[in-house]
Design a binder for this molecule. Structure first.
Ligand SMILES: [Zn+2]
Length: 304
């Protein structure tokens, strides 16, 4: 019960003041019993988590599957228990005051531009294409059929409730598979490059267009956040550039070449260059990233 007022306070604070980055969330809404899925222990003793067993106050000792060992020197700050479609999950938040802040250490010339899209998930300025993997697309197809099964069945029926449970499990599988793909793609990019330039995406604006479904599916927002955090933790850099005209502008001479969304090639009438439109966009993104990064470095030098 202590949890409820805390959550309400946090919800109002996020709405009125925003989080630590000043990002504001939407207005707090009524939450039904079914939407209350997480509770947190604000204090926890490290000894209560040992040998794949966790002791929770008022609940007792429960067996857990440990996905990652607690690294040495860390204290467990809080413990949250969340109910998900396929079971209960325990999240431990750790505290270590010895972690140093990471100083950026990157080669500004080792930069790549990436164009995120619906056909290929990512096209890089080096003409590398990363498509969403087959297993992810397969999982998404299964999700759709589970969804259809739910809508076919009568509301309130036992069979429908069972189908809903299966759908929830399928949803979780897709989400897990997608986040895994996003982590892998991030890792591969940061292994090769020090700086990644991306378009500042207006996902909310895009999601209102007819591409809404595919945009939410691809989960670009999640991918960009993972990329941002991972780059920062490695002392590397992600730079978000102004997206205006990146697909129209010619990457070799700068002339604007009008094209419709269905036109997959960029053919410049001025300098006669001809290349795939996504690659052309990725090169433009890289060039703008290089330009913006130089400006950032110059201004930070001036302030010294
Ligand atoms: Zn041109």
């Amino acid at each position: 019960m202590q949890e409820v007022p805390k959550k309400v306070e946090l919800a109002f604070e996020r709405w009125l003041k925003g989080d630590s980055n000043g990002k504001k969330s939407g207005k707090p809404r009524f939450k039904g019993v079914g939407q209350y899925k997480t509770f947190t222990y604000s204090q926890f003793q490290k000894e209560h988590f040992q040998n794949n067993k966790i002791t929770l106050s008022k609940i007792g000792t429960v067996k857990v599957i440990v996905h990652r060992q607690i690294p040495d020197g860390f204290n467990i700050k809080t413990v949250s228990v969340t109910k998900k479609a396929n079971g209960y999950y325990v999240t431990l938040s750790l505290d270590d005051k010895t972690v140093p802040t990471i100083k950026p250490d990157f080669d500004a010339n080792n930069i790549v531009g990436i164009d995120v899209g619906l056909i290929d998930f990512v096209v890089t300025s080096d003409n590398e294409r990363i498509a969403a993997p087959k297993y992810l697309r397969k999982a998404e197809r299964k999700l759709k059929s589970a969804q259809r099964r739910v809508s076919r069945r009568k509301k309130g029926s036992n069979r429908r409730n069972k189908a809903i449970k299966k759908l929830a499990i399928q949803h979780k599988k897709v989400a897990d598979t997608r986040i895994d793909f996003h982590f892998k793609t991030t890792k591969n990019l940061l292994k090769k490059y020090d700086v990644v330039a991306v378009e500042k995406l207006n996902i909310k604006g895009l999601a209102k267009t007819k591409f809404a479904k595919s945009i939410n599916d691809a989960g670009w927002g999640q991918f960009i956040s993972i990329l941002t955090v991972k780059a920062e933790n490695a002392g590397l850099k992600l730079i978000a550039i102004n997206p205006n005209g990146t697909s129209l502008e010619c990457s070799s001479c700068g002339v604007k070449v009008k094209k419709s969304l269905s036109q997959r090639m960029h053919n410049c009438s001025s300098c006669k260059v001809s290349l795939c439109r996504d690659l052309n966009a990725a090169i433009n993104i890289k060039n703008r990233g290089t330009h913006d990064l130089k400006a950032q470095i110059m201004s930070s030098l001036k302030s010294l």
